[in-house]
Design a binder for this molecule. Structure first.
Ligand SMILES: Cc1cc2nc3c(=O)[nH]c(=O)nc-3n(C[C@H](O)[C@H](O)[C@H](O)COP(=O)(O)OP(=O)(O)OC[C@H]3O[C@@H](n4cnc5c(N)ncnc54)[C@H](O)[C@@H]3O)c2cc1C
Length: 365
């Protein structure tokens, strides 16, 4: 008999966990409370390079590989080939010569980051004519974005057709639902209070993001995502206009998913610096089509929390703490959880909830 898995939370974490259990032949009930969550506003970008120190992000190779194979399988199953995952390279605009030097030194030492990126160069060499980048740019070729809202819609339709979609809330005190072999808590910031009671901190991190449109061809980035501390992601052309997403803000002291009105102008002003004077005029005329915001579920060490729910009976599991990089981290984290439950495979101590001393002191075993 196949196992019956209840997955709670209809965001990215829940979608990937449900997908991975279903791939292994389990029956899925996917529960949600109807609230939109962070995943509905996420830009969905993935990038194996951390720009702060010019290093690979944690577990980059394994995470990129898992993301690619997972999204390919989902696209095929949903008949959405090429529609969910988009390869879009990033150009990092160097702030000064010291940063360019740090970037280029990675090639002298054959650093792991060099497999994902190119040496510093001028924007003109890449034929990006709109940028004001006197110190040059660094290109990350192995980056892109996932259309997370489209993925969620497709997964909901798939579960409604082949499994069970349930509009219902759950709290950890509800325990294992009747008839379920296992329940996986993927409630993001919806679980914050209950997690804090067992010594686990998921901090809500508020982020604003804009959707903009400009006249097609008015800004020339040659299909690159431009990063100057904020990012400008080209999405699609429609009715003679280029659509972009611009983001994001990061705030620890705004515990609400409501858009913060001043953030819109602040994001536009920041990105204006990336363009030279001529392009700046086109940028000023960009239309704001939408301003959205959400709360990222962030863990203190920026790694997900994957495994048994502390203090709960066997069969109550969690995947939380996807933070700012849920797209890159989520598929591998979900797979670790599924392999733990179905195959008894150990979960890496790097991601188990009991890696935090605050949990181990409450639950010593
Ligand atoms: C502005 C912004 C931009 C972002 N851009 C990126 C990006 O480019 N790349 C990237 O990788 N990440 C990005 N993120 C982060 C990304 O959104 C998160 O990592 C990811 O979406 C978290 O998914 P989740 O499923 O854990 O949480 P959520 O998406 O918040 O989903 C949790 C779900 O659980 C439901 N729920 C809560 N309580 C209950 C309950 N009691 N019962 C039932 N259901 C419940 C909620 O309604 C919600 O639907 C961004 C986030 C923001 C805010």
């Amino acid at each position: 008999m196949s196992q019956h898995v209840v997955v709670v939370g209809r965001g990215l974490a829940g979608a990937i966990v449900a997908w991975k259990f279903a791939e292994r032949g389990c029956r899925i009930s996917w529960w949600g409370d109807g609230e939109p969550g962070a995943s509905r506003v996420a830009a969905g970008m993935y990038n194996p390079v951390s720009f702060r120190r010019v290093v690979e992000v944690w577990n980059a190779s394994a995470h990129v590989a898992n993301l690619r194979s997972t999204l390919q399988a989902m696209e095929e199953a949903f008949g959405l080939q090429g529609a969910l995952m988009h390869d879009v390279p990033v150009v990092k605009v160097f702030a000064n010569d010291a940063y360019r030097q740090t970037w280029n030194e990675r090639w002298a030492t054959d650093h792991g980051v060099t497999q994902w990126a190119d040496r510093g160069q001028s924007a003109e060499v890449l034929e990006i004519t709109s940028l004001n980048a006197p110190h040059g740019v660094g290109k990350v070729h192995a980056a892109g974005w996932v259309d997370v809202p489209a993925l969620l819609d497709a997964m909901e339709a798939h579960v409604a057709a082949h499994h069970t979609l349930v509009d219902r809330a759950w709290r950890v005190h509800d325990g294992l639902p009747d008839g379920a072999d296992v329940v996986v808590d993927c409630r993001g910031v919806g679980a914050v209070k209950e997690l804090s009671e067992v010594g686990l901190k998921v901090n809500p991190n508020h982020g604003d993001v804009l959707t903009l449109s400009t006249e097609a061809g008015a800004l020339q980035t040659q299909g690159h995502n431009v990063n100057n501390g904020k990012w400008l992601l080209p999405m699609r052309q429609q009715n003679g206009r280029q659509w972009w997403r611009l983001g994001a803000t990061y705030s620890w002291d705004r515990p609400t998913p409501a858009p913060h009105a001043p953030a819109a102008q602040a994001l536009k002003d920041h990105m204006a610096d990336a363009f030279h004077e001529g392009a700046g005029h086109a940028w000023d005329k960009a239309q704001v089509e939408a301003h959205q915001a959400g709360l990222r579920p962030a863990s203190p060490d920026r790694r997900p929390m994957v495994g048994p729910w502390p203090g709960q009976p066997e069969g109550v599991l969690m995947l939380n703490g996807l933070g700012t990089r849920g797209v890159l981290v989520g598929p591998a984290a979900a797979e670790a959880l599924v392999n733990y439950w179905l195959d008894d495979a150990p979960i890496s101590p790097e991601i188990r909830p009991d890696r935090f001393k605050s949990v181990r002191t409450r639950f010593p075993d």
